[in-house]
Design a protein around this ligand. Structure first.
Ligand SMILES: [Zn+2]
Length: 267
């Protein structure tokens, strides 16, 4: 095992995945399939891709509920009755999932977009979020945290968040529309002050990791309880799928998490 920032790299049967230091629930930020190219990769939602890591983590493939990503801000509460089709199946699309149901696990899929995993130690409840720039602009991360507060009685100050590997400011050059969307999230110049947006000539560089960390802080999470991966999917396109590195053909990697036993009586 090696360490990338505070995240740890793990490997099982050639499949790599990262784990965050502050999430005690079973979870993984998976890498792309080893040796896969754009045309020959196993689909992200397939048993072939997910099973090695799920097997190592003790998650049954049939327990996984998948997002139906549309770059929106809808959050689905997953329970024991959520369908067995491995899909949230919501007509409007679902970019974030939350659950406290043992025997369920959550999966979101990304290739440069931001995967965020949430965990509440007292209840054991978890969340999984897919946030591209549009989802970030819609504060999907804050919506998922708020849904955990509402549905499971979580105290935001107890909650942990891990912002996983995604395109970083080094590589996320944008036009003004994205910069404007981030600026509107942080009125009064906060986007610049917090390093979310920097001007680079007539383009902008946007830090989606910093934006989502700031949104989670605004939702009440403590800064010390938010871990941020230092990995950029475009810089590390041998390890991760990156839309910007191979716009014509790429797969998606999964971020998965399962609820943990409650820790109501621990400090
Ligand atoms: Zn980069």
């Amino acid at each position: 095992m090696t360490s990338r920032g505070a995240f740890r790299e793990n490997s099982v049967n050639g499949a790599k995945y990262m784990t965050a230091p502050n999430i005690a629930a079973v979870h993984a930020f998976m890498a792309r399939p080893s040796g896969a190219d754009g045309g020959g990769a196993a689909p992200a939602r397939s048993l072939a891709y997910l099973e090695p890591v799920c097997g190592a983590l003790g998650i049954a493939f049939e327990d996984l509920v998948f997002s139906e990503q549309v770059h929106g801000s809808a959050v689905l509460l997953v329970d024991e009755q959520t369908d067995a089709e491995h899909s949230a199946g919501q007509p409007g699309g679902i970019d974030a999932l939350i659950t406290a149901a043992r025997g369920r696990a959550l999966a979101v899929f990304t290739a440069d977009c931001v995967p965020i995993l949430l965990y509440d130690p007292p209840s054991g409840a978890v969340g999984a979020v897919h946030a591209g720039w549009r989802g970030t602009a819609a504060d999907i991360a804050g919506a998922a945290a708020a849904a955990m507060v509402r549905e499971f009685g979580c105290a935001p100050g107890d909650m942990r968040a891990a912002v996983g590997p995604c395109i970083s400011r080094c590589c996320f050059e944008t036009d003004g529309d994205v910069a404007d969307a981030m600026a509107s999230l942080f009125p009064g110049g906060g986007a610049e002050r917090s390093g979310v947006v920097r001007r680079a000539g007539d383009k902008f560089r946007v830090d989606l990791k910093a934006a989502n960390a700031a949104l989670l802080e605004r939702a009440g999470l403590g800064r010390a309880n938010i871990a941020v991966s230092d990995e950029c999917t475009r810089c590390l396109s041998d390890k991760y799928w990156s839309h910007r590195a191979s716009p014509g053909g790429h797969g998606l990697q999964a971020a998965i998490i399962a609820p943990a036993p409650p820790r109501r009586h621990t400090a």
